[in-house]
Design a protein. Structure first.
Length: 264
């Protein structure tokens, strides 16, 4: 038994309804936007800047206006800048920059700079700021005066980025990387310094021991001098010393030529 299938073709009227509701849905979804917390929106009308909106729910003209959302939170950008110190030593400086975009100037920022600001603005500013600042210090001073170097770089960087509507919140030097030749030279200097310090300490120890020996010898000589003078001036001192050394035992042989006791 054959089964006949009935094919229902959509009418022109049904197609019109479908197209109408599809366009209506697009218009409805495109008539509002939600900007998350910590962000701000740049409203573009026909791709030209129109206004800035804060976080929250906003209406916009569908198909005419678009929203570019930019973070206004503090962001971190890390980079390595190559430069030369005052004494012509190459140094790679790794830094971390904390910055944020201010909503107050976001419209001007977008109109003049655009979205790829880290590549076009921040990266070159870091390179130039590090070069200018490190050229004021020797390689050794870059390490020993790190806080001063940081201050100089941050000052240069703040001036450059403020002119581009970017606010610097903080700046840190993560590391200095010098050439292998310089690092080996520095290491050799440190070893030589430690060796010299060790030799100096040994010399001071020998000098101290020599001074102690001289003092002891002078003390003994002084004591002998005093003792000799006392014996000369008072012969009874010698007899007293003899009594001190006597063990109480009388000699078994006596004679006129045998002394009472040997005190030597």
């Amino acid at each position: 038994m054959a089964i006949n299938t009935i094919r229902i073709e959509p009418t022109i009227q049904q197609m019109k309804y479908f197209v109408f509701w599809f366009i209506a849905l697009i218009i409805f979804l495109g008539s509002f936007t939600i900007v998350p917390n910590g962000e701000a929106g740049v409203v573009l009308r026909m791709q030209s800047y129109n206004r800035t909106i804060s976080s929250g729910f906003h209406f916009k003209l569908p198909l005419v206006e678009s929203i570019v959302k930019l973070s206004t939170r503090v962001q971190v950008y890390e980079a390595t800048a190559s430069s030369f110190s005052k004494d012509i030593q190459s140094a790679d400086t790794k830094i971390a920059l904390n910055y944020h975009l201010s909503q107050d100037v976001l419209g001007t920022f977008w109109s003049k700079i655009g979205e790829s600001y880290e590549t076009t603005i921040i990266a070159p500013a870091i390179q130039e700021s590090v070069k200018v600042a490190t050229a004021k210090f020797t390689a050794q001073e870059l390490v020993e005066k790190r806080p001063e170097v940081k201050t100089e770089i941050q000052k240069e960087l703040t001036l450059r980025l403020q002119a581009k509507y970017i606010t610097v919140d903080d700046f840190s030097i993560l590391n200095f990387d010098f050439s292998d030749a310089y690092e080996k030279s520095t290491e050799a200097k440190q070893v030589a310094y430690q060796d010299a310090l060790t030799a100096k300490n040994k010399l001071e120890q020998v000098k101290y021991e020599a001074e102690q020996a001289v003092s002891q010898a002078e003390g003994k000589a002084k004591a002998l001098e005093i003792e000799g003078r006392a014996i000369t001036e008072n012969p009874q001192v010698l007899q007293g010393r003899a009594i001190e050394k006597w063990n109480g035992v009388l000699p078994t042989v006596t004679g006129s030529n045998i002394p009472f006791i040997n005190i030597k």
